[in-house]
Structure formats: structure tokens, C-alpha cells
Design a binder for this molecule. Sequence first.
Ligand code: GLY
Length: 358
Amino acid sequence: MKIIEVGLGNRSYPIMAAAGLLAGIGQDLRQRAIAKRYVVVADDRVAGLYGNQLMDSLAGAGLSCELLTFAHGEASKNMTTIAGLASSLARLGVDRKDCLIALGGGVTGDITGFVAAIYMRGIPFVQVPTTLLAQVDSSVGGKTGVDIPEGKNLVGVFYQPRAVYIDSRVLSSLPLAELLNGLAEVIKYGVIYDREFFDFLAANREQILALQLPVVEEVIVRCCWIKAAVVAADEKEADLRRILNYGHTLGHAVEAASQFAIAHGMAVAMGMVAANKLAMAKSLLAPQEAERISRLVADFGLPVAIPAELDRQLMKSFLKTDKKTVAGRPFFVLPTCVGKVIITDDVAEELIDQALEA
Ligand code: GLY
């Protein structure tokens, strides 16, 4: 098993990764003695796939456990689901000595973390991510929250889990579209932080797409290592953590303008390529480096162009209302080469127009 520490003083926690880890979570939690009772939170689909395995693992270790489910999908990521889960916890008599377990993808992790943060003013929770996107990104770093009609993730808090358990074997049940969602974030880590990792992805593309476990595990561990280092340096996204938003400024505008018909990873892939165009227009990035990134994105089966039919004015209006926009100026994460980026809000509107048009 690989263990990576997220170093946050007395709120530090381990990320544990191993194929088949799901079955051993009960024993590990027993040793850590985080709580007297555990409540697993999962959507109806993931509960059907892995709920029993996790509950058996907890019960087998002599831990008391319950399972709560909600309807799968982003539409559940709202205050109504939070209120429903909080009421269920109260009815079960859950108190501050108990612990929630988020079993599932990003929606489940965000919801469960948010309930854990606000129920009785905070109870412990752990993450058991089951999608690649959640394993390499959303389960680490403590971003929790829900969507409101005015925008995605507009309500939430930073609240760190007590542990993250990553079992790469569960990815075998992941639909290809979901795998691609995660791969966009994986490529992002190579561009923002680690040129060697970028080369590793290019060299191992076929094994990764075929979900060969040793290679996939290496990918997950490298991403978590980068994310842990970034979060430890800047937990609340005041500075360095903003680099994790490479491809997300324009990507979020694409997602929103498509009314979320375009999945997050697809939009991030388009957003990375569009950000590279801005970087080239500002003479920050050499065309050969931009070409390398576009090629890797395309080689993984991800899109490199924003669909012509998407309304550009609508995308620009979403840019203005994004969380990353301050005083009407969106910030962009722009690569200077593979492995290095800068953060800037100094991007002329004409350049944004050109990047969106291209
Ligand atoms: N997903 C970006 C972050 O956690 O900061």
C-alpha cells in the first residue's frame, strides 16, 4: 500500500492507495479509532455496487455501521439533499463521536463532507472515492459543498477528511466517459507541476486507457502526491492552490454555457487548450509546447476544441460570474512550459475572444 500524508498540522491525514483496499478499510479504521460508529453515505448506484463490500468490511472489523443513500447525479448536489441527510443522521442518533464515510464520486464526497462539516457543527468524515476524478482530485483537499440555482459549488466550506482510501480496482466498473473526466485532471497535474509525469502519461497511454492496475495506481499516487503538496502549502486557495484551476476558468464557462451537457473533464480539456492559446498570444508558451499538450489531450480521446455551436457571449457572461473572478477580472492559469504555470488576471478581452473563437 502507498501512503501519502497531507501535511496540515493537527489536521494532517493519510491518503492510502492499493488495489483491493476496500476490503481492508474496516480493519484500518478500527486501528485508527476515529469513531465509535460509522455512517456510509453513497448514491443509489454506488451503494448497489460497493455498499455491501464496505459494510461487510466495517462489520467484519467489529465496527457499528449504517448506510444512507441518495439519488445519483449532480441534481442531488443541493441543500435539499443536505437537509435530508442531516435529518437522517439526527434520527439515527448520530453524534460528534461518530464518523461519516463518503463512498462514491465527486458529488458524494462534496455532499458528505459538507454534511459532516455542519452537522452538530462538525463531525469526522473519511473519503472512499470510486471514480478516477474523485481519486485524483476531489477527495483530497477538503473542498465540500453544493450547487445552488445561481451556480455550481457556490455554497460550501473547506473541511478536511480524516483519511482517504483509494482502491483502484473499483475503477473497473467506471463508464469510459467517467474515466475520461478523470484523465483530463490527470493531464492537468503534468502540465501544472510535473514534466516527468507528463512524459510518463504519454509513454503509458495505452496501459492507462486499458486500466492496467500497476500503471493506473502509479498515476493516482503521483496525482495525489502533487495535490497533497499543493494543499499543504495553500489549503484555502489564497495563492498556489489556484494552479489546480488550469483549464477550469474557460472550462467552467463551457460547462455552464452547455447547461452541463458537456461533462466537467471534457470542458477542462477544452479549457486547457484554450488557456494555452492565451499563453501563446502573451508570448509565455512556445507553440511546440502547446502542441505537445494538445496532442496528449487528443491522444487520450479528449476534445481540444470548444464546439462552434456554443454561444460565446453566454460563455463570457459565465466567466464574469465565476468564483475565480474578482472585480470582474477572471484569473487564468497559463503554462510557460510543460510542468510550469503562472497565475494572472492580466488578459485582454480581445485575447479571450480569440481563444474562444479559435
Ligand atoms: N479541484 C481543485 C481543488 O481542489 O483545489
